[in-house]
Design a protein around this ligand. Structure first.
Ligand SMILES: CC(C)(COP(=O)(O)OP(=O)(O)OC[C@H]1O[C@@H](n2cnc3c(N)ncnc32)[C@H](O)[C@@H]1OP(=O)(O)O)[C@@H](O)C(=O)NCCC(=O)NCCS
Length: 197
């Protein structure tokens, strides 16, 4: 799909075909969790969601569903993109950036994100003769997903890349870069991340 920027630039926006299991999980979470509205400063309206300013939530063009038992600390940025769900008792610590690249992000109940961890659900794709800059005409963004399953944790500074599922109760060690699916209950560390326990 080609979209037009505010200065007339043409961008190519490619929503990848996602696995049926991911779409089904997203639809179930979307139906289960309430929609939270935000004002221009990113404060939640009409709910008892706990969000510590300054935190920025960009949810104007995609569905964001968030349980009122979740908590987001200061200096975070959340991009709902094509859709984001945040389940019960999720804790997002300071300096976390979620939904980078604007795909689909599923954070199931009890998941937690230590300081500075990042979830990348889509990416600008550098191609020969094209700029990777988000503002350049012809820029291409591939929208994918990240699915963090029940009670999994990303420790400080960990990064999960597009197309990855982190299984229930998995532990991603501090500073890891996760490029492939992590099975439930395993501990992964390093760059690229590998199983350590
Ligand atoms: C995930 C974590 C808890 C793993 O702890 P653990 O299961 O006790 O693992 P161990 O300390 O026994 O280490 C096992 C192996 O993995 C390695 N390892 C552990 N953490 C690692 C990391 N973050 N990156 C790379 N390797 C790591 C160790 O060097 C060790 O390797 P070896 O067997 O070759 O000696 C820990 O590494 C971690 O990330 N701690 C930081 C937690 C954090 O961010 N807290 C802040 C928010 S609450």
């Amino acid at each position: 799909m080609i979209v037009t920027g505010r200065h007339g630039q043409k961008f190519e926006r490619n929503i990848l075909e996602l696995p049926a299991a991911v779409m089904a999980a997203f639809a179930a979470e979307e139906a289960r969790l309430p929609q939270i509205l935000f004002d221009v400063d990113g404060c939640a309206i009409g709910s008892d969601v706990e969000i510590h300013n300054p935190t920025i939530v960009i949810a104007n063009n995609g569905p964001l569903r968030m349980a009122s038992t979740a908590r987001i600390d200061s200096f975070c940025k959340l991009e709902a993109g094509e859709g984001m769900t945040i389940g019960d008792y999720v804790h997002i610590a300071s300096f976390v950036h979620l939904g980078i690249g604007g795909g689909i992000t599923i954070l199931e109940d009890g998941t937690s994100f230590a300081s500075g961890s990042k979830v990348i659900s889509g990416s600008n794709i550098p191609a020969p003769g094209r700029s990777c800059s988000a503002t350049a005409p012809g820029n291409r963004v591939d929208k994918s997903f990240v699915w963090i399953q029940r009670d999994a944790v990303l420790f400080a500074g960990a990064i999960v890349c597009p197309g990855v599922t982190v299984g229930a109760e998995a532990v991603i060690a501090a500073g890891a870069i996760v490029l492939e699916d992590v099975p439930a209950g395993e501990t992964w560390a390093g760059t690229p991340a590998r199983m350590i326990g």
